[in-house]
Design a protein around this ligand. Structure first.
Ligand code: K1U
Ligand code: ZN
Length: 173
């Protein structure tokens, strides 16, 4: 089956605040599976439902896998909430929805998240380093926030200009 398309900046659907999931149905299970397929195919280490056009509070994450061997152990988090954020860390982030750009972003160094899994069971996830950064990045997607919203206005402006030029050139092809 065809992979779902990842929305790209400046698609306005990336700016929406996502809705909580009220019931874990087959539709949600299919969405989570499709998102894992997209994450590994891109490749990425996380993906949030709004990036595939679904304004729902769900993301998938796997910061351990690698194309040359690491085990795939995707985690699906439904209706996630932070219960702890501690310390600070600066990480050079990228985003599957923000092509050809990375930038340093300040985040909490260590977090705890409470969420539901696909069986509707409560799960508690503790993370630090890259996994904590990725979880905060994915949580931001659920609130319509991109990592470029967390960099200086100057840097964001320069990227936006470059991206608009890129899109204009693609439209001429
Ligand atoms: O949400 C997304 O767009 C996924 C994004 C997550 C992320 C990466 C880095 C810092 C914070 C959040 C990505 O996965 S970008 C691709 C990437 O980082 C990567 C891809 C393959 C192997 C290792 C990393
Ligand atoms: Zn992203």
């Amino acid at each position: 089956m065809a992979l779902r398309e990842v929305l790209q900046f400046p698609d306005p659907r990336l700016k929406r605040v996502s809705e909580p999931i009220s019931e874990i149905t087959d539709v949600i299970r299919d969405l989570a599976r499709d998102m894992c397929d997209v994450m590994y195919d891109e490749p990425g280490i996380g993906l949030a439902a709004p990036q595939v056009g679904e304004a729902l509070r769900l993301f998938v994450i796997d910061t351990e896998w690698s194309e040359d061997g690491g085990e795939r152990e995707p985690k699906v988090l439904i209706n996630p909430e932070f219960t702890r954020r501690e310390g600070s860390i600066t990480w050079e982030e990228g985003c599957l929805s923000v092509p050809d750009y990375t930038a340093d972003v300040d985040r909490a160094a260590s977090v705890t998240i409470r969420a539901l899994d696909l069986e509707g069971q409560e799960i508690i996830e503790e993370a630090e380093g890259l996994r904590a950064v990725c979880m905060q990045h994915e949580m931001d997607h659920l609130d319509g926030i991109l990592f470029i919203d967390r960099i200086s206005r100057l840097k964001r402006g320069l990227y936006t200009k470059k991206r608009k030029k890129q899109l204009a050139a693609e439209a001429k092809e």
